[in-house]
Design a protein around this ligand. Sequence first.
Ligand code: BGC
Length: 457
Amino acid sequence: MSSLASKDFRFPEGFLWGAATAAHQIEGAPLADGAGPSIWTRFAHTPGMTLNGDTGDVACDHYHRWKEDVGLMRELGLQAYRFSVSWSRILPEGTGRVNQKGLDFYSRLVDELLANGIEPLLTLYHWDMPAALDDRGGWLNRDCADWFAEYGRVLYRALDGRVRKWVTLNEPWVVTDGGYLHGALAPGHRSRFEAPIAAHNLMRAHGAAVQAYRAEGAHEIGLVVNIEPKYPAGDSEADAAAVRRAHAYMNEQFLHPALLGRYPDELRDIFGEAWPDFPEADFGLIRQPLDFVGINYYTRSVTGDGDSYPQRTTVVRQPLGTYTETGWEVFPQGLTDLLLWFKRTYGDLPVYITENGAAFFDPPVAEEGRVRDPLRIDYLRKHLAAIHDAIAAGVDVRGYMAWSLLDNLEWSLGYSKRFGIIHVNYGTLERTPKDSARWYSGIIRSHGRSLSDPLPY
Ligand code: BGC
């Protein structure tokens, strides 16, 4: 990596270095202390829905080991920690009665983070809707905007004095594509008619939660999306059109309404008869001024004309590409390209990279307590360099949250994929920082400068 070795990596002052997790993926004890079930508890307990029948019943047991986990963050020198709150711990029925014990859990966590000098970034919704609300139609029910704002208000009132960075939704695209269209994720629906309705209502809920925040909160709030650049597989007009469809479906479907107040035109064609006419007034609610956007970046896709639903594309595997354990191509340049596209399209809104990381096969913990994960280090290093390139080109990137702090429950794929910079032994629940965690710790200490150092292998 001689090109990185010769670079002078200066990151902006105040650039925040952290790591991210999500409630259902790490907490375990989903019904403890009066919590209600979420759609993920229900989904994972339905036979056949997750690999090996894995559930979040124990996960990383973070619900009991949160203090130890904050201690590890401190040891690594993390400056920020992005986590999500489980809605049904706070409101077991989704609306109405507040469960004080659930609130206390997050309140203690936030206090412990602050006591250790770690800035909390709180996500309201990382995919675990209260099952009681799913019974009322979930994201298909237009009332979800009120439910979500009510939930937000409870948290703003309890925590805004201590939490200064809030996120409404994590990856609405995955919620709808996985949860309502293809059914691989909770609530497991497979309906082309439901997907655009759920997507639209998610954005209405986002808007309502931002509005509620402006009335209650004094700090910053934003939206987190997962986006990836689409490059044409060949020179044909058909491939170019496929790229436009894929790009509209994945990258613009949520950012356009949130930031421009409209959907990209392609969506009507993509969804065809399943695309409803949405009331114009909804866009006033959806488009709220945001303080930042969070971008989760994992990969790109080289796209050709094809028959996937709804975008009618195919993803072309790169014979010389490097692929992670989840089958995603490693393509750091894509992150630079994406950030430049974001700035060109939506202007100078501050951006956080709210997730970035990779599942690779990790060797077992060695006797001396090390987990050697050079591929993950290489991945993180090249992506941080890609972010640096985007900053140098004028994109206002304010921070980086590695995905993930801990190995954890990878949704329907259960415990089969390890994204953590900290290894978790699922038998003993023992945590062991991997080499990537130690390496990242050094990067943080040098405020990014040591990205030009040779790799420790
Ligand atoms: C999600 C995480 C997930 C990660 C890796 C993101 O889509 O926000 O919850 O574990 O990607 O798949």
